[in-house]
Every structure is written in C-alpha cells, then in structure tokens.
Write a protein that binds this ligand. Structure first.
Ligand code: SAM
Length: 218
C-alpha cells in the first residue's frame, strides 16, 4: 500500500542527485519526460540515447518491478560510461501523486504505454486516463507538451481518445507530424508489453495529443 513508499511533499522535496548524479540540480536540469506505469523500463532505455540531455523518469507502482528498473539502469550506466545518466525510476502511485512529483508546466512529454485496461464498468475509475486525471496531466505539461498513449485493447484506445478529445486543454497531433516524430516508433517497439503484442501480431491503438494554450496560460 501507499505507506510502503515515501511521497514527496512537493517537487522540490525530491532528491535530484539520487536519481541523476551526473546532472547538477538546476532549472535547466528538471525532469521533462514522464513514463507513467513504466513497467520494466524499455521505453526509458530507448529514449535515453535519443534525448541525452533530457531528464526522464518512470513511475511504477510495483515494488519489485521498480527495483528491477533501478538495477537495469545502474547496469547500463556501468557498462556504458557517460550514458543512461538521464533516466531514472520512482515507485509511486501515479493516480495519486503526479502533482507531488512535477510542477506546473514542467513536463514536455508524458507516456502511457499499454496501461492496464480495467475492463469492467465499475473499474473504469481506475483507468490512468480519465477526465479528472487529464486535468492533472494538463497542469504538469507545459504548453506544447505532448501526451502519448497506446494500447492493444481497442475499447481502451477509444476511451483514452474520447477523454483527450473532449478535454479543453488537449488537441490531437496531426498524422503528418506523428510521422516525423522519432518517439512514435518507440511506442509500439520499445516496451516489454509492446514487444509482446508485436510478437503476437496484435493491433495497437494510438492517441497522441498536445497540451494547448488557454488564456490563463498566456
Ligand atoms: N508501460 C509498460 C509497457 O508498455 O511495457 C508497462 C505496461 S503494464 C501492462 C502496466 C504497468 O502500469 C504495470 O507495470 C503496473 O504496475 C503499472 N501501474 C498500474 N497502475 C499504476 C499506478 N497507479 N501508478 C504507477 N504505475 C501503475
């Protein structure tokens, strides 16, 4: 339960040096990408060399999985000196604590790859994309920031797209732009879940939305 992991009171309460010892704590070195429900960390590992100066964190609820990702990153750092210093992981419940980890407008990208589907109607409130959670994600994403979702569950794909479509602070990223975005390919190829779906020849459903400006932000 939640009592088993520490929760930062605010983003400034996070010990940056523990996560990113090779990046001095400064305004330029804030976490910019968050992989929510990162699982075994394949996306972080794939993104790290593409954006070597961006700090990224995975948020994962399961203790053992989080420990695995920590060890994976530390092994990669040892084997590749000077690399993988920009990725880290934290054990937390992202449905409760996103605003404890990131300040207003801090993030440039948020990822929700193959989230748990929670099929039953009464469990829809456990889904990591919902109207009210999108309010929080809109708060921590800077204007222009991008929220990426992908799933192999068609119904969940529609649900995530519907939530994003009706939210006033998000707008669909155009297909043309997605084709040029180097991150898009990783959505289905980089994570353990994505690779499993690909092996089984399963279909995937993407929804990629941009945080847009409203008058208060200007
Ligand atoms: N994104 C990874 C991938 O594509 O391989 C993992 C997908 S897995 C189906 C969903 C992950 O989300 C699990 O590792 C689970 O523990 C994590 N998760 C579920 N609810 C969460 C929450 N509230 N906060 C953080 N992580 C959560």
């Amino acid at each position: 339960s939640d009592s088993h992991f520490p929760v930062p009171i605010s983003p400034s309460d996070i010990d940056h040096s523990l996560h990113f010892p090779t990046f001095p704590n400064s305004d330029e070195n804030k976490i910019r990408f968050a992989d929510v429900g990162c699982g075994f960390g394949g996306l972080l590992v794939g993104l790290s060399p593409l954006f070597p100066s961006k700090l990224m964190i995975g948020m994962e609820l399961r203790d053992k999985v989080t420990e695995y990702v920590k060890e994976r990153i530390s092994a990669l750092r040892s084997a590749n000196p000077g690399e993988y210093g920009n990725i880290s992981v934290v054990r937390t419940n992202s449905m409760k604590y996103v605003p404890n980890h990131f300040g207003k407008g801090q993030l440039e990208k948020m990822f929700f790859l193959f989230p748990d589907p929670h099929f039953k109607e009464k469990n829809h409130r456990r889904r990591v994309i919902s109207d009210h959670l999108l309010d929080e994600y809109a708060y921590v994403l800077g204007v222009g920031g991008v929220l990426y979702t992908v799933t192999d569950v068609e119904e969940l794909g529609e649900w995530m797209r519907d939530c994003l479509e009706r939210h006033p602070l998000f707008e669909a990223v155009a297909e043309e732009e997605l084709k040029r975005d180097p991150v898009v390919g990783l959505l289905t190829s980089a994570t353990e879940e994505g690779q499993k779906v690909a092996r089984n020849g399963g279909q995937t459903f993407k929804a990629v939305y941009r945080r847009i400006v409203v008058r208060e932000d200007e």
